[in-house]
Ligand binder design. Structure first.
Ligand SMILES: [Zn+2]
Ligand SMILES: [Zn+2]
Length: 251
């Protein structure tokens, strides 16, 4: 699997982009940085988008993507979202008020977008990938994902505070090559991180104690743009790598 880091922050500034990863050019993990990073031709190749939860920094490019690729694809782009997240997208985004309902445009039979819901915790197929969803700890229903293909697995924590379910699932996963793990706020904002369901360098360190990593890389993302340099200082010394925009990996 090829992984391109399109966005690895928990927000946007000229030097930061919201969460978005691209697998093999066809599968996006979250949609925080699609339309500002990919060409129209590249956008048209994205067949599936896995959305971990409904928060804005993870879904913000879905409306603009729909508008760009309409009439340029044979099949709808499928958005895979947990039931709560799918409902939030239908009720609050593609509701004909904030944005048109692109799941019925241009026609109900051949729309540009399809929203496919899954039960948080279920395992399902997405094109050639097997995806295990794992509910994590966040104020809205949020899922981590373990994506497998061809004997290799790649995981993404989603937005989460301390959790046990994700580590249990990861420890059961064979051939896990890398874990994309969130790290949002500096240690001084631990109470804010706890109440908002996020990790700090301190809780990244304590969470990693639960991980039987067997050589997997731990790649950090979702750094809040206002705290990037502070976070990097506090993360130095941990057995992790902080992702940068444009990083690419082959697993
Ligand atoms: Zn977020
Ligand atoms: Zn969130």
């Amino acid at each position: 699997m090829k992984l391109n880091v399109l966005g690895c922050h928990g927000g946007e500034l000229p030097t930061c982009r919201s969460t978005c990863f691209l697998v093999d050019d066809v599968l996006a993990l979250d949609a925080g940085a699609l339309t500002g990073t990919l060409s129209l031709e590249q956008l048209c190749k994205v067949d599936h988008i896995l959305v971990g939860h409904s928060h804005f920094d993870h879904v913000k490019d879905l409306p603009l993507l729909a508008d760009l690729v309409i009439g340029r694809r044979d099949k709808p782009v499928t958005i895979h979202a947990s039931r709560e997240c799918a409902k939030a997208l239908r009720d609050n985004m593609f509701n004909n008020a904030l944005w048109p309902d692109f799941t019925r445009i241009p026609t109900r039979a051949k729309p540009v977008l399809r929203i496919q819901s899954f039960r948080a915790g279920s395992t399902f197929e997405v094109g050639p990938y097997t995806v295990r969803s794992v509910p994590v700890s966040h104020p809205v229903e949020s899922c981590g994902f373990i994506v497998s293909k061809g004997g290799a697995a790649l995981a993404m924590s989603g937005d989460t505070g301390p959790t046990d379910k994700l580590w249990k699932a990861l420890n059961e996963t064979k051939n896990l090559k890398a874990l994309l793990l969130e790290a949002s706020f500096p240690n001084s904002l631990q109470p804010l991180a706890d109440i908002s369901g996020h990790l700090t360098p301190r809780t990244v360190a304590s969470e990693l104690q639960k991980f039987d990593r067997k050589g997997a890389s731990v790649l950090l993302y979702h750094l809040k743009p206002a705290f990037v340099s502070q976070l990097k200082k506090e993360l130095a010394g941990l057995p992790v790598e902080v992702l940068e925009l444009g990083d690419t990996f082959e697993f």
